[in-house]
Design a protein around this ligand. Structure first.
Ligand code: NAD
Length: 311
């Protein structure tokens, strides 16, 4: 049967990819977005898609949307991270906004509630790859506020899944080293690599994971969404250079900035075992797919949750 899905932050990268995946399947979707990092023009004009401009920090607006739309499913993708010094905005969106969305979902008997969580919830991890049972010890405003929001969701009694996500690559990605290197190498500008390691998950694998957790009866709780494979930012730089037909040039590798975490690789073992999902795309396929998308569509604004923009 068709789902009625509220997607908070549906004009953003992940939300908009889910819209493109679900609309053709006949589901009804309502987006709430304040267009702080998402773009008004991104959600398509479509009969079964309603876009409401506003903030989830506005409880009356959230309640009104739920009352009118009566969602069966909620995908909570809205998040504030644009200005690491704006703690008030981070808490207004990531804590209070999350609470409003969770309370409305409870009131309306939502069947599944999917929350997206940043790997920054694990803080500076004491083991790699990081399993879900690793303590949550965030130390940035984004990480702290997202971790508080997630805790509210998990203890709410909702049939909730919180996915702690690797760096997802796909259409409209405008953050991090891949768009930065692509833009700068094409413009013959100097680059540097931070001495860090991340895991990169392809959008196709992310969408397959979401489809799994949206199913009635799927397990609830916390799951990492990742490949479990670490790649250095220098690996990304070399892959972008090769894609652009260059022999990878010499590039300075600089220590991670104070608010950055040197190695983030999430352990997908529990997700694979419990949900029967496994990432399929290789690192090369993921990076090259991203770069083909930039060839076709260009790179838009580059935001970061770090105070020093990674390049
Ligand atoms: N993309 C990733 O690799 C990744 C990794 C880990 C976690 N996440 C989480 O996934 C979610 C989506 O991330 P994304 O990459 O699509 O980011 P994004 O910035 O593209 O999307 C977030 C959307 O939320 C909207 N928004 C912000 N504050 C809002 C508010 N108060 N009310 C309503 N809308 C608001 C923004 O305008 C934007 O459209 C976030 O919760 C993020 O923490 C993403």
């Amino acid at each position: 049967m068709g789902m009625r899905i509220v997607i908070t932050g549906g004009a953003g990268c992940l939300g908009s990819n889910l819209i493109e995946h679900w609309l053709p399947q006949g589901h009804e979707i309502l987006v709430i977005d304040n267009f702080v990092t998402g773009k008004r023009a991104v959600p398509p004009a479509a009969e079964r898609l309603t876009v409401v401009e506003g903030t989830i920090a506005d409880q009356a607006l959230v309640n009104d949307c739920f009352e009118r739309f009566k969602p069966t499913h909620v995908v909570h993708s809205a998040a504030a991270y644009k200005n690491p010094e704006d703690w008030a905005e981070d808490t207004a969106t990531n804590v209070l906004g999350t609470v409003h969305v969770a309370k409305a979902a409870l009131l309306h008997g939502t069947k599944r509630f999917i929350n997206f969580q940043t790997a920054l919830c694990y803080g500076r991890p004491d083991r790699i790859p990081i399993p879900e049972e690793h303590p949550t010890v965030p130390f940035t405003s984004y990480g702290i506020s997202k971790t508080a929001g997630e805790a509210y969701v998990l203890q709410s009694g909702l049939p909730a899944v919180s996915l702690r996500l690797a760096n997802i690559c796909g259409p409209r990605l405008a953050i991090g080293p891949i768009p930065t290197f692509y833009k700068r190498l094409k413009a013959a500008q100097d680059c540097f690599c931070s001495d860090t390691v991340r895991d990169f998950l392809d959008m196709s694998d992310f969408v397959a994971l979401i489809d799994g957790v949206m199913e009635d009866g799927a397990a609830c709780g916390v799951f990492n969404g990742s490949t479990g494979e670490g790649h250095s930012i220098k690996d990304v730089f070399d892959a972008v250079a090769r894609y652009l037909g260059m022999t990878p040039p010499q590039v300075p590798v600089v220590p991670a900035s104070a608010d950055d975490v040197p190695v983030v690789v999430l352990d997908p073992t529990k997700t694979e075992r419990v949900l029967g999902w496994k990432a399929k795309a290789s690192f090369e396929e993921t990076i090259n797919g991203q770069l083909r998308w930039y060839d076709a569509h260009g790179v838009t604004d580059v935001y970061s949750h770090l105070s020093t923009q990674k390049s």
